[in-house]
Design a protein around this ligand. Structure first.
Ligand code: F6R
Length: 614
């Protein structure tokens, strides 16, 4: 995890790096640091806390230095502290390094360096790496680039690094394996960052470094890319960025999460735009068309993902099995990788990831590929590691999701997976023309219906106020809305720190019902589809035990209204598409609860947006 930013050019580096770090805080925010360099003078600032805390340290002159590197951290090795914050210095004080990733064999390397007399001032793997580079450089009298290449040859793990050598002030060396690294190329200036957001207002030209590549950036000189494996020069592709500054700003909302909740109507439309051709009754998805046979001949579909993306996978399981009639298994990517699963060449693996960087999901993909399965990615971040590691894929086109709690990623993932299910069902002949038409017609109405669901904002705020002292909550749903219950519970847990559990409604009587008393809020998805009557019975059971019922119902519902303490109405829709609507009030409820409790909504404690460690 962690975010790295670097700059070399003619602008004040401090402003570029600090603003860039703030945009990358979604990657981690437990400590931050900045090194500025100019005219032989180095200034280094590090602190536990956020980038805002780092700014407070700025007794430094922030206008003169035109070279700088900075870091925002999510701790892996060593607690969040000033000394563990990056940049890390080598023993001679000449090399400075920022790092996103994990050096797995750091302990062995550290012992080796200690035996050579090196001393360490932090608990991090990064300090080991910077000293390893120094050791290689000094032992062989190598230039910095060569020393980085040779040192990384001894490293096991993942990294995106930037190294500054104060003896060569007009040069930065960067390298990548596993963790993302983008280089912004401007007129006489270079930017380095974990994604393009820190430099999007300065340049639209970017190079995304590939794994096993390094780049040497010299002031006012062309960039040089090399392979870390053999040191040969490598070609690069200058990518035109389509990202806009306003997409990564709050746009008048108090929090990114709220903005992203409200963006869902648009985001869903962007997801199906160009793919769903309603008038022709067609769905066109290049990644599916090119590999249609793989899907149609599949004995099984395995979905791998983590967190919210895993919940989207569970929703897809219901839809794919129902429409396409191919068995689907949904796996936590982290478990899949480590349990010696049976994977064959007839399996199709769908990997779902908003960030496209989740290490557990990536590991599951690699395992599936080793066993000859065809792997299809559903990612949001264009050009991300997972989107490149898969054989084919479909982007969700949700736009940048910056709030750590995933919202629009979930609904757009479900949209993509529904489109896939419809296309495959059509190709397989497992859906009637009428059903196909009715689902796509309803899908086209979804953006409008999401807008209507968002009108429940005020109701969810009132409910949040009423239950702000709750310490536990249950979320219940059935069928395709069972994963929505899991997702609702996850949203509440992660941003308001209130303990919450999601269950299939019928499962309650097998244990969790023991928890219900007059203090337990139970949020039930009880729309008038699927097993409505059974859910009504489940609600009765909660009521008999004095639980407080907050029900998400279909507009006009009377039965549940008569039983529940609170109802939140959403528009009528087809059962298979209902998660796109039932999710909205649950997101809003968690959001309001967290705001009322004065929690950091966009940056909840202990979390990070991109989980690039296994
Ligand atoms: C929850 C959340 C996480 C992510 C999970 C997977 O709100 O954001 O649970 O869903 O870390 O991340 P991606 O989708 O980027 O692979």
């Amino acid at each position: 995890m962690c975010g790295i930013v670097g700059y070399m050019g003619f602008r004040p580096a401090a402003a570029v790096v600090l603003n860039g770090l703030q945009r990358l805080e979604y990657r981690g925010y437990d400590s931050a640091g900045l090194a500025l360099f100019e005219d032989g003078k180095l200034e280094l600032y590090k602190t536990q806390g956020k980038v805002a805390d780092l700014r407070q340290l700025s007794s430094f002159d922030t206008t003169t230095q035109t070279i700088g590197i900075g870091h925002t951290r999510w701790a892996t090795h060593g607690v969040p502290s000033d000394s563990n914050a990056h940049p890390h210095k080598s023993n001679s004080g000449e090399l400075l390094l920022i790092h996103n990733g994990i050096i797995e064999n750091y302990d062995a390397l550290k012992q080796l360096l200690i035996s050579k007399g090196y001393v360490f001032h932090s608990d991090t793997d990064t300090e080991v790496l910077v000293n390893l580079i120094e050791d290689v450089q000094k032992s062989h009298n190598y230039k910095l680039g060569k020393a980085v290449q040779v040192a990384l040859g001894q490293v096991i793990g993942a990294y995106a690094i930037t190294v500054l050598d104060i003896k060569k002030p007009n040069e930065l060396v960067v390298a990548k394996l596993g963790s993302p690294l983008a280089i912004g190329v401007g007129e006489n200036e270079y930017f380095i960052a974990s994604d393009a957001s820190p430099f999007v207002e300065f340049t639209k030209q970017a190079i995304y470094l590939k794994d096993h590549q390094m780049a040497i950036l010299r002031r006012e000189k062309p960039i040089v890319l090399r392979s870390l494996k053999d040191d040969n020069k490598a070609d690069y592709y200058l990518q035109e960025l389509s990202l806009d500054l306003e997409q990564i700003e709050k746009g008048g909302y108090d929090h990114f999460m709220l903005k992203e909740i409200y963006e869902q109507a648009h985001a869903i439309k962007d997801t199906y735009r160009g793919r769903l051709l309603g008038e022709e009754s067609l769905i066109k998805m290049a990644g599916i068309e090119e590999h249609l046979e793989k899907f149609l001949n599949a004995k099984r579909i395995i979905i791998v993902a983590c967190g919210t993306s895993w919940h989207a996978g569970l929703v897809a399981e219901y839809i794919l099995e129902d429409l396409v009639r191919i068995p689907v298994e949904v796996e936590y990517a982290s478990e899949f990788k480590y349990r010696n699963p049976i994977i064959t060449e007839r399996d199709v693996v769908i990997a779902i990831s908003q960030s496209g960087e989740t290490a557990d999901t990536l590991a599951a993909i690699n395992l599936a590929k080793e066993h000859g399965a065809f792997v299809f990615g559903v990612c949001n971040v264009v050009g991300s590691t997972i989107s490149r590691a898969t054989h084919a894929g479909a982007y969700t086109h949700a736009g940048p999701e910056i709030g750590v709690a995933s919202t629009k990623a979930f609904t757009t993932q479900i949209t993509v997976l529904t489109l896939m299910a419809l296309r495959l069902a059509q190709a397989k002949g497992s859906i009637s023309k009428e059903e196909f038409k009715s689902i796509i017609a309803e899908l086209e109405l979804m953006p409008q219906k999401v807008e209507v669901a968002l009108l429940q904002n005020k109701t969810t705020l009132e409910i949040a106020k009423r239950y702000q002292t709750a310490t536990n909550c249950l979320y219940l749903g059935r069928g395709v809305n069972f994963p929505v219950a899991l997702e609702g519970a996850l949203k509440l847990k992660e941003i308001s720190y209130i303990h919450a559990e999601g269950y299939p409604a019928a499962e309650m009587k097998h244990g969790p019902i023991a928890l219900i008393d007059e203090n337990m809020p139970v949020i039930v998805v009880a729309i008038n589809k699927g097993h409505y009557d059974k859910v009504v019975s489940n609600i009765q059971e909660i009521k008999s035990r004095k639980g407080k019922i907050i029900a998400v119902v279909t507009e006009g519902d009377q039965t549940v209204k008569a039983l529940a303490d609170h109802v939140i109405e959403i528009p009528e829709t087809l059962e298979c598409l209902s998660p796109l609507l039932t999710t909205i009030p649950l997101q809003l409820l968690s959001y309001h609860m967290a705001v009322i409790l004065n929690k950091n909504v966009d940056q909840p404690r202990n979390l990070a947006k991109s989980v690039t460690v296994e």
